[in-house]
Design a protein around this ligand. Structure first.
Ligand code: HAM
Length: 454
């Protein structure tokens, strides 16, 4: 059949062949494990939502990227580009009467019509972990810890990634101090948000275009170029408002340091987050080399639930994508391989022993072992090659002699050791060869050691 270009995969969408799915599963498993350790419960929502849920609430950046259309009932709908509005909608309907704080997580597939590039696609999966109903700084620190541990559980550490932290209230206090009018602040935040990628010259030009005055433009350009904690404190040492707005971040750091995660934190004045709804501490996780897009982004959004019609509830959380994380794991050589599990490979010497082989395979599968065999009649040599190719731990051979005596020849492929045992003993799960226990064998597969245990 000739290939028809119209059937090509859409740009920015992925196929998940087994190696890719193995990586995705590894990431999801680590995320679920970590969320479980912090007492989060999993939820989900519909992939299609009313368009209105995103307009205004998420901000213009994301609205430009929506996959949107009118359904057959004439409703304006959108594929979800992020999970936070869905969470807010679900809780707006149900949070009354629920014990607070609510700790929920989800791993939705999201859709954004972005320019596809390394680390950014038109669909991705995103871990969302949010705490709703707690205004205290402990909740901010808790979600940041979940995010950091969510990456650590995959085998990455302090040398691999960093959490850049800031506070929108602090940026607003600085803008206030610099005399930037209320009406120009959102545009200012948008320029600061893009500063990392735009570079100093473009950032300055962007600020100049906002006509916030030379002094404010100069001060902000300086802060964007070098916005260290000390520099900020020195520059605004006489501003009570700015110094007070630095306090929550100091406490946030203190809590994360007590958890042993302080080494991951770096204050960064340019992290303000592109989404409209954030109101307090915000953070983003980046690879240490700074070569990739953000691994994760989140922060406090205390007014969103009210905006979608719910009770006014403070909330804080983050979204962590699978794309950049997957690339980092591949780059570090710690992505899992795609090999199928094969504990036992059953070989029958002649077609007459096939039924016995099937009986053996069935019994072993019932015990939870992964069992394979040739699907057509093959010589013993070819069957052995098949077992080797699949990386089988054991080969179980049944020939006419074994069939007559109710035995099986068991060969451990790694050691080459071979012995004869009874069919009954094998099916009783008492195989004596090394590697007979599938759990034991799995733990020796390279890369499968418990990176999640860190
Ligand atoms: P976000 O910064 O838009 O935040 O996305 C969070 C993370 O999702 C990013 O850091 C990135 O890893 C991943 N991501 C976003 N867009 C793409 C894309 N086109 N391709 C691949 N990965 C992508 C939010 O979505 C917020 N709703 C997060 C949140 C939850 N805030 C509070 N709770």
């Amino acid at each position: 059949m000739s290939s028809d270009k119209s059937f090509a995969k859409l740009p920015g969408f992925r196929d998940f062949v087994p190696a890719d799915l193995a990586l995705r599963t590894r990431i999801f498993d680590a995320w679920r494990r970590v969320c479980g350790r912090y007492g989060f419960m999993e939820y989900d929502g519909p992939p299609l939502e009313p368009l209105g849920l995103y307009v205004e609430k998420s901000g213009p950046e994301i609205v430009k990227q929506l996959y949107t259309f009118a359904d057959k009932g004439g409703r304006e709908v959108a594929l979800r580009p992020e999970m936070t509005p869905t969470l807010a909608r679900i809780l707006a309907e149900r949070s009354r009467g629920m014990a607070k704080p609510i700790r929920w997580f989800s791993i939705p597939q999201l859709f954004r019509y972005e320019r596809s590039q390394r680390g950014r696609l038109r669909e991705h999966f995103q871990l969302n972990a949010d705490i709703v109903g707690e205004a205290g700084i402990g909740a901010d620190a808790e979600v940041a810890a979940v995010a950091i541990d969510g990456v650590r559980a995959l085998g990455l550490g302090e040398e691999d990634f960093v959490a850049r932290v800031n506070d929108r209230r602090l940026v607003n206090a600085v803008l206030d101090e610099l005399g930037v009018a209320e009406g120009r602040r959102a545009a200012c935040l948008a320029v600061i948000d893009k500063a990392g990628r735009a570079g100093p010259a473009k950032t300055r030009a962007g600020l100049e275009a906002l006509r916030i005055g030379d002094a404010a433009t100069g001060a902000l350009s300086d802060l964007v170029a070098d916005g260290s904690w000390e520099r900020l404190r020195d520059r605004f040492r006489s501003s009570h408002a700015v110094l007070a707005a630095m306090q929550p971040l100091a406490e946030h750091r203190e809590i994360l340091e007590a958890m042993g995660l302080g080494g991951y934190l770096r204050f960064d004045f340019t992290v303000v987050r592109g989404l409209a709804y954030y109101t307090g501490i915000v953070f983003e996780l980046f690879d240490r080399a700074g070569e990739m897009r953000a691994i994760c982004g989140g922060g406090r959004y205390d007014r969103l639930l009210e905006l979608v019609g719910g009770e006014p509830l403070p909330a804080v959380g983050f979204g962590m994508g699978d794309v950049v994380l997957g690339e980092l794991l591949r780059d570090r050589g710690i992505a899992p391989g795609a090999g199928a599990q094969c504990d036992d490979y059953v070989i029958w010497v002649e077609p007459e022993q096939r039924s016995l082989g099937m009986h053996l395979a069935r019994g072993l599968r019932r015990e939870g072992r992964a069992v394979l065999y040739g699907l057509k009649t093959l010589g013993v040599g070819k069957q052995l090659r098949g077992a080797n190719r699949l990386g089988a731990a054991r080969v179980l051979i049944i020939g006419p002699d074994e069939a007559a005596s109710g035995t099986v020849t068991v060969r451990c492929l790694a050691s080459g050791r071979q012995e004869t045992t009874t069919l009954k003993a094998l099916l009783g799960g008492r195989g004596s060869e090394a590697g007979a226990n599938p759990a034991e064998r799995r733990s020796t597969v390279p890369g499968s050691t418990e990176v999640g245990g860190r």
